[in-house]
Ligand binder design. Structure first.
Ligand code: URA
Length: 212
C-alpha cells in the first residue's frame, strides 16, 4: 500500500479553512471541491492512458487519452458526495458508482446501506472518495468489496486521516501494491467517539448542514 500525504501550501491552506468551525457550509463545500482537484492531480498520476493521434492546425502529433475500461469513481455516501464534482471535473470520462456505508456510532460497526456499482469491475481502476479516514472501517470494507468485484487497483482520496485508520489499512493492505491512499493531512489521533483530532468535525454535517 502506498500512502501519500500531499505536501503543498495550497492544500494546507484549504484544509486549515475547512477545520475552522466558523466556516459556513457553502464555503466548506467550495473548498472541499477545490481541495479534491488538488488531491486528484496526485491520485491520478498512474491512471492508465493510451496514445492517440491528434491533428493540430499545424501538424499531426501523438496525444494521450484515458485507456479503456474507463476509471470508476466511487464516492462513499454521504460525505463523499461533496468530493464528486471536483474529481469528475478532472476525469470527465470516468463512470461513477455509489457505495453507502455508515458507522453505527455505538458499536462502530460498518453497515452497507446502498450500493450502485457495475457487477463486474474486472480490470477497472477505482477512485474512492471519502473525506475522513477515521477508524478505517469504511475504507477496509469498501476496498474489499471493490476487489471482490474484480477492480485492478483502488486509490482512496481522503481530506484528513487519523493514524489509527492508517494503521488498520496497513494491517490489511500493507503488502498490497494495488492500494493507494492520497491524503490532504494526517492528524494526531481519534477521540473516544472516533472523531479525528483536531479534524474538522462531522464532514457530512459540515457539507450539508443536516444531522444524519
Ligand atoms: N467522520 C467524520 O465526519 N469526522 C470524523 O472526525 C470522523 C469520521
Amino acid at each position: 500500500m502506498r500512502v501519500q500525504v500531499v505536501d503543498h501550501p495550497l492544500v494546507a491552506h484549504k484544509v486549515s479553512v475547512l477545520r475552522d468551525k466558523n466556516t459556513p457550509s457553502p464555503v466548506f463545500r467550495q473548498l472541499t471541491d477545490e481541495l479534491v482537484t488538488l488531491l486528484a492531480y496526485e491520485a491520478t498520476r498512474e491512471v492508465r492512458t493510451t496514445q492517440i493521434e491528434v491533428q493540430t492546425p499545424v501538424a499531426t502529433t501523438t496525444g494521450t487519452a484515458f485507456a479503456k475500461p474507463t476509471p470508476l469513481v466511487v464516492p462513499i455516501l454521504r460525505a463523499g458526495l461533496g468530493m464528486l464534482e471536483g474529481m469528475t471535473r478532472l476525469v470527465p470520462t470516468a463512470e461513477v458508482g455509489f457505495l453507502g456505508m455508515a458507522r453505527n456510532d455505538t458499536t462502530l460497526d460498518i453497515v452497507t446501506y446502498a450500493e450502485r456499482l457495475p457487477d463486474d469491475l474486472t480490470g477497472r481502476q477505482v477512485f474512492v472518495l471519502d473525506p475522513m479516514l477515521a477508524t478505517g472501517g469504511t475504507l477496509v470494507e469498501s476496498i474489499k468489496f471493490l476487489f471482490e468485484r474484480g477492480a485492478s487497483d483502488v486509490t482512496c482520496i481522503c481530506l484528513i486521516a487519523a493514524p489509527e485508520g492508517l494503521d488498520r489499512l496497513e494491517e490489511i493492505y500493507g503488502d498490497d501494491s494495488r492500494v493507494h491512499l492520497v491524503l490532504g493531512a494526517l492528524d494526531e489521533k481519534l477521540d473516544e467517539n472516533a472523531y479525528i483530532v483536531p479534524g474538522l468535525g462531522d464532514a457530512g454535517d459540515r457539507l450539508y448542514g443536516l444531522a444524519h
